[in-house]
Design a protein. Structure first.
Length: 150
């Protein structure tokens, strides 16, 4: 989760300053490019809140969120390549309750569509990393709690 409780509403939301810049970027060793992934709380305000984080990459070059899913490749000094695949793991967690959308959750049908689509995205990104002869492949995502009302 990048922003509790429900994400950011826009690229000018005050939380960019209070919850990211003031908390982390005052330290010189953290004033570097960030490669974030979505957590369930980032979906709290709905799709426009998710889009706000994607759009912020155009506002601040340190926020390197190039999509809900994206890859970065790094050369290893003595040879080889590290591929890091950043995924939106929230889409893999069923959430019929309000966990991922404070407006009332999402239907089981939409959940299954998102899960199937995300699994195809991950497979495609893994194949791309293998095709680029990555020596190491890591997948970065958020551990999302799955809560059910019984």
């Amino acid at each position: 989760d990048n922003f509790y409780t429900d994400g950011v509403s826009s690229t000018s939301d005050a939380m960019w300053e209070t919850h990211w810049k003031q908390v982390y970027l005052g330290y010189s060793n953290l004033n570097v490019p960030w490669y974030p992934v979505f957590g369930n709380h980032d979906y709290g305000g709905g799709d426009s809140y998710v889009q706000a984080q994607l759009d912020y990459a155009k506002v601040d070059s340190r926020w390197q969120m190039n999509g809900k899913n994206y890859s970065q490749y790094y050369s290893i000094p003595d040879g080889g390549t590290v591929a890091i695949i950043y995924i939106d793991s929230t889409t893999l967690a069923p959430s019929a309750n309000k966990c991922c959308n404070s407006k009332g959750g999402i239907s089981e049908e939409v959940q299954m569509q998102r899960i199937n689509s995300q699994l195809k995205n991950i497979e495609k990104m893994l194949k791309e990393a293998v095709a680029k002869d990555a020596t190491w492949i890591f997948i970065a995502g958020v551990c999302t709690c799955i809560l059910y009302n019984i």
